[in-house]
Design a binder for this molecule. Structure first.
Ligand SMILES: C[S@@+](CC[C@H](N)C(=O)[O-])C[C@H]1O[C@@H](n2cnc3c(N)ncnc32)[C@H](O)[C@@H]1O
Length: 170
């Protein structure tokens, strides 16, 4: 049924039954080949890894609850097709944007991301404040700038959205 070229490219769709019959498994979309598992136990999903990543990007542990890149990358691979739009309403350090960019770089995708983070002051004595991150959203912006330094083609905009803005646009 298939020539060598197609077989080399799409062999991941082929399955063999116990009796040796080979069949083609049809997926909903051409690129959804990752089967989501019930238990995610990769060591790359540990929060300690996220803390190391934050220290590398910010220089210090400026955020208490970051998520590791590997975890979000795998979620994006599983759930977002190559032109998908990702919304993270709890952006924190912007791991979701970073992970999505990494997946795009790996598979040539054009996924876009919308992040939302509160523009509230960081606590007065917190290390983030002493390092010049006056608000939580400054932390989010810093990772977007970090990605851009690594990949100059990376583009992002920051919108300041307030209740007044919402009322004004109604
Ligand atoms: C667990 S952290 C997210 C961590 C993030 N995934 C990361 O890797 O850094 C949750 C974030 O949601 C934000 N948040 C909570 N309520 C919010 C709201 N109503 N609007 C926007 N952001 C909110 C908090 O400020 C906090 O930064």
């Amino acid at each position: 049924m298939w020539g060598p070229e197609k077989t080399a490219k799409e062999s991941w769709k082929l399955y063999a039954s116990k009796s040796g019959v080979v069949y083609v498994k049809n997926y909903l979309t051409a690129n959804k080949r990752v089967k989501i598992r019930s238990i995610w136990d990769n060591v790359g999903y540990l929060t300690e890894k996220a803390t190391l990543e934050v220290k590398e990007i910010y220089g210090e542990k400026v955020f208490e609850t970051p998520k590791p890149l590997t975890l979000i990358e795998h979620l994006v691979e599983c759930c977002v097709d190559e032109r998908g739009l990702v919304l993270d309403f709890f952006a924190g350090t912007g791991t979701t944007a970073h992970a999505t960019e990494n997946v795009n770089a790996a598979d040539g995708g054009l996924r876009r991301v919308v992040l939302v983070e509160q523009n509230v002051p960081t606590p007065g004595t917190h290390i983030a404040r002493t390092m010049g991150f006056g608000s939580l959203s400054d932390l989010t912006r810093h990772r977007l700038q970090y990605i851009q330094k690594q990949r100059p083609d990376y583009q992002f905009d920051v919108l300041d959205w307030t209740a007044e803005t919402a009322m004004g646009s109604a």
